[in-house]
Design a protein. Sequence first.
Length: 278
Amino acid sequence: MLFKYLEPDRIDVLDSNLIRFTQPADFNDPFEFKPVISTLASKEEMDEVFESKIKSLIKTELEKIPPVLRTLISPAQLEALTRQNYGQYCREINKQFSAMSGVIAQTFAEKSNEMIGVLSLTEKNSNLLMWAHYARSHTGFCIGFDDNNPFFNHKRSDRDEFYHLRKVEYAKDRPTKRVMELTGVELLLVKSEDWFYEQEWRMCAVLSDSNKVIEAETYPIHLFNFPKSAVKEVILGARMENKKKDQLLNILGSKYENVVVKQAIISPTEFKIELVEL
């Protein structure tokens, strides 16, 4: 089971079966989706692409030349000239690639906010800091989701970066990669080790697939339907107001018959909360 902490006003999540997939720029970590890109490609990668394309390139270019002129230069001669020019300009190309890396990183960050939404869950349902930060100082609630539910694993291909849960990796240093060696892990799943306590799992989605969009001041709020069967547990915050608690219990009673409901209670002797089933 994985958990989602929510503020008290987000009772509508359970009432509507709609949950937000959030753009990276609306996260509280300013380093989200911002890998360090060193260059577009290494000299070896450029050479590999060059070697794989040169024969077909020579053939294509020769076919553009009128037949009467084609006899003036052989494929071998044109290939030799091409290789000579490539060798002369390769170093300059690589310099330009390195200079472009910052622009590419910025473009990726901007485009990701237009295209990608993230649902963040956690392994922990009793973390004091997360109750404070994400459930408005223990006045909210926490949903326990069944991570084996099909909702959390419907990727479209073996290489799909979207629509399935993956564990966030925590690192001391920011990922620094060439564009051609970047993977979805470096782009979507690496955070500073300072966030390790969150024990986060993520599911990314394409924002254009959302079921409902609410316009907001910064970024539109994209909501996605989730099945009731995905909810296994709901925990009421230790400081949740009785009015909010009653509203939530009414929704659970009418729509979620088999969900386990628990109350978070502040321990009288330790720095922790205890969970009691209602």
